[in-house]
Design a protein around this ligand. Structure first.
Ligand SMILES: Cc1cc2nc3c(=O)[nH]c(=O)nc-3n(C[C@H](O)[C@H](O)[C@H](O)COP(=O)(O)O)c2cc1C
Length: 451
């Protein structure tokens, strides 16, 4: 709820929110987020109204609402400030800054101020390690905090200035790409990979991915070509493509940087997957803490639809229909796990499913679903654009291509680095700003064991 939200009875607000989401219960999480933005909380009255408007059991709404830590049953006032809390934020002075802001605004951490205006607390790592200490204000990223910035924030809150009128520099998230490569730094012409995919055909695209030896960048390292081929073959009424942008591992932020630096590359990888698999719907599951990326990503999708690169008749081809929606998370680390993510996308608490079956057979709404990481989709687009041989020649025989690395904490040069697989640890530590004496010491004591 903002300082100038009109007072509309919750039932009326909620009926409008439910209608705006097509009264589709799989979109419950989005409705809960919208409800909280409108009425300042998702408490008993809001839950009753949502359950009634959707015609689903109350317990279903309540179990989803109570699962996500960015949703709250009690009001958090017109300004909710949540300080990112991980070791890097603490190292950069987060605890001191949180106390400082509380003193400035006469509020205790975790308690709504007496005038109902402001709530200040800590939250899990918000994915801004290279801009620590960071916070969220009403869900929007406030990077690189210090006392001067917090004085400004406190003044704006005392004046009850709406967020839309806050100085934009408070929200600027610098890219901090310290070392770029084909994913982060080299220009990409939207449509270039799609045009080559059309020329190759679905089997040709799968053969390129296979020959490139692309392995998933989300952690498990599963071969992308196998997953795409298995999902393409699986029987179902519909197929779906999901980009996993939940990135909740403390200290990681490389997917955020890639989505900010090269959104077209990621979306083009997803679109190629959609056409190869015969899917018509795709989702970017964006972690709630990355709300600040939402408008820019929606603009990219709109631009691509207008250019014939997304939506109906992609590249003017009849039947080549695939579109993408962005689904925001609401704070739950476990939703990075693909089956928990799918549960969340269905409007449920993000609890992992028993596997098998894996999502490529039974995923979103029980249908064949491809889930890949943000970086995996960007790699796929580059492979299709430039060819498998180009990709396989980067890195090592076992691990082809480049890898994005998020660096923050006790180092001189925090940011995102793109390295070919096989780079030496010595090189990496030197890039991050470690002196050679310190690198030698780390190696000598066994803290760093590789080359
Ligand atoms: C607890 C947990 C958290 C995870 N978090 C993420 C995540 O934030 N992003 C991601 O892409 N994969 C994450 N994964 C892995 C996904 O389940 C899945 O393997 C991955 O999205 C597949 O994409 P890929 O094949 O492109 O790597 C997580 C797995 C577990 C068990």
């Amino acid at each position: 709820m903002t300082v100038d939200s009109p007072r509309i009875p919750p039932e009326q607000q909620i009926a409008a929110i439910v209608a705006a989401h097509g009264a589709d219960p799989t979109r419950l999480l989005a409705m809960l987020r919208a409800t909280q933005a409108a009425s300042g909380r998702v408490g008993g009255a809001e839950i009753d109204a949502l359950a009634a408007a959707l015609g689903i059991p109350r317990v279903r709404v309540e179990s989803t609402a109570s699962f996500y830590h960015l949703l709250h049953a009690r009001p958090h006032g017109a300004y909710e400030i949540l300080f990112s809390d991980n070791v890097v934020d603490r190292f950069a002075g987060k605890d001191e800054l949180l106390s400082y802001l509380c003193e400035q605004l006469w509020v205790e951490p975790g308690k709504l101020s007496e005038d109902g205006l402001v709530y200040i607390d800590s939250t899990s790592d918000t994915g801004m390690g290279d801009h620590a200490p960071a916070a969220l204000v009403n869900g929007r990223a406030l990077p690189a905090l210090n006392k001067n910035r917090l004085d400004l924030v406190a003044g704006l809150i005392r004046e009850r200035r709406p967020l839309a009128d806050w100085p934009p520099m408070l929200f600027d998230v610098a890219l901090n790409v310290r070392k770029g490569g084909p994913l982060l730094a080299e220009p990409f012409a939207p449509g270039a990979a799609l045009a080559r995919a059309a020329a190759l055909g679905p089997e040709g695209v799968l053969a390129e991915l296979d020959a490139a030896n692309l392995r998933g960048r989300g952690g498990a390292g599963y071969k992308a070509a196998w997953k795409w081929a298995s999902c393409r073959k699986a029987q179902g009424k519909a197929r779906y493509v999901i980009c996993n942008a939940d990135e909740g591992e403390p200290g990681t932020f490389k997917d955020r940087v890639l989505l900010q630096a090269q959104p077209d590359l990621v979306v083009e990888g997803m679109t190629i997957a959609g056409l190869v698999l015969g899917a018509r719907r795709g989702f970017i599951y964006l972690r709630g803490e990355y709300l600040y990326l939402l408008d820019a990503l929606e603009a990219v999708l709109a631009r691509r639809r207008a250019a014939g690169l997304l939506g109906a008749r992609i590249l003017g081809t009849p039947g080549a229909d695939f579109d993408i929606e962005i689904a925001l998370g609401a704070g739950a680390y476990v939703c990075g796990e693909e089956s928990a993510l799918i549960e969340s996308l269905e409007g449920k608490p993000g609890k992992p499913r028993n596997r098998p079956p894996y999502p490529d057979r039974s995923g979103f709404l029980g249908e064949p679903t491809l889930v890949n990481n943000v970086e995996s989709f960007a790699c796929a687009a580059r492979i299709v654009e430039r060819g498998a041989a180009w990709f396989a020649a980067i890195g090592t025989e076992q691990s082809a291509g480049t890898k994005l690395v998020s660096v923050s904490g006790d180092c001189r040069h925090p940011g995102t680095y793109e390295y070919p697989f096989g780079v030496t640890i010595r090189q990496v530590l030197a890039d991050w700003g470690f002196d050679s004496d310190r690198i030698d010491a780390l190696m000598a004591c066994g803290a760093v064991r590789q080359r």
